[in-house]
Design a binder for this molecule. Structure first.
Ligand SMILES: [Zn+2]
Length: 320
């Protein structure tokens, strides 16, 4: 670790740390407006038919979503959903009108040398641990290294309709598998062909009627376009492996999870990010969708993740 403003911000304890993060979130809010990432002010024209939207959903905060997630996981609320998590900024709406929140940690966006990392959780709504881990990670400052700072954008619950519906579901509020809805090359007809032939029309894996048909998919695409992440990390469950779409040094191990390719799927974020946008996508498949990883493992994974990102960023900067 070296000296510098970020180290001071994240090492002076609770109050200052909280303040630093609050400022980060305010910067995030202005970033969203400036860069065209969907904000609550922009969303009405994109929002679904008002008849579909529960007025209660509009009142939800990230703290309420976090609390609901903890209840679903049947874990105590102690120390949960506070601090930085309460400072999330609504950046988009789901199909059923639930807010999608983002929050930022690490170096300010004005630090052009910072490596940008986008972390996504709960793309599949029934993989509850992925949302939980993404929230926990948002409460850990990214580590600093000799040469590098990080700016991290967290979207802990990409698919709130899937998480908070009557019963948690893989798909979004329109029954679409978001991780098959990204506009990969030949999406039409490959995505539908894959759904029919490989899944036998499994409704949990329906790719949608058109590529990028869903609000949630469009939002992630806009974030990739505007935030310009160096690396995307998408947390899933319950396969217990790492899947990597990208070049450079391979992420061999994150915590106790090891690399093991899951293959290429039409419409997946990994396929879209790496092939269509040139951004590597690391998919972290936790071993369970309900059973949480330990606090120690959460921190170990965070450290290993950034150790790999550091290697990747060095490789990337040399390649440019
Ligand atoms: Zn998944």
């Amino acid at each position: 670790m070296i000296g510098g403003r970020l180290v001071r911000e994240f090492s002076l304890g609770g109050a200052l740390r909280f303040k630093a993060r609050l400022m980060s979130c305010l910067v995030l809010a202005s970033f969203c407006c400036a860069q065209g990432v969907a904000t609550s002010a922009e969303t009405p024209s994109r929002a679904p038919d008002a008849a579909n939207v529960s007025p209660i959903a509009y009142k939800q905060t990230l703290t309420a979503q976090c609390g609901s997630l903890y209840r679903l996981l049947k874990v105590p609320m102690r120390d949960a959903c506070e601090g930085v998590i309460a400072q999330g900024v609504e950046v988009a709406r789901s199909h059923l009108g639930r807010p999608i929140f983002a929050l930022r940690t690490g170096a300010p966006l004005t630090d052009k040398s910072a490596t940008r990392v986008l972390i996504l959780g709960a793309v599949h709504g029934d993989e509850l641990t992925s949302g939980w881990l993404s929230l926990k990670w948002a409460d850990l400052a990214p580590p600093m290294t000799e040469k590098r700072t990080y700016s991290v954008l967290h979207v802990p619950i990409v698919n709130p309709d899937g998480v908070f519906g009557a019963k948690p579901s893989r798909t979004n509020g329109r029954g679409v598998d978001l991780n098959r809805n990204f506009p990969t090359p030949q999406w039409n007809p490959e995505a539908n062909r894959w759904w029919v032939n490989k899944t036998k029309r499994d409704p949990r894996r329906f790719p949608g009627h058109a590529a990028a048909s869903e609000f949630e998919t469009k939002y992630i695409m806009r974030v990739i376009e505007t935030f310009k992440p160096t690396v995307v990390v998408s947390v899933h469950a319950p396969l217990g492996v790492l899947d990597y779409d990208g070049g450079g040094p391979l992420p061999e191990r994150i915590g106790s999870i090891f690399l093991d390719s899951l293959g290429i799927y039409p419409g997946s974020l990994g396929h879209f990010g790496s092939r269509s946008r040139g951004v590597p996508v690391l998919t972290v498949e936790l071993p369970h969708a309900i059973n949480l990883v330990s606090t120690e493992e959460t921190k170990r994974m965070w450290r290993d993740l950034f150790a790999w990102i550091d290697k990747y960023a060095n490789y990337d900067s040399q390649a440019k």
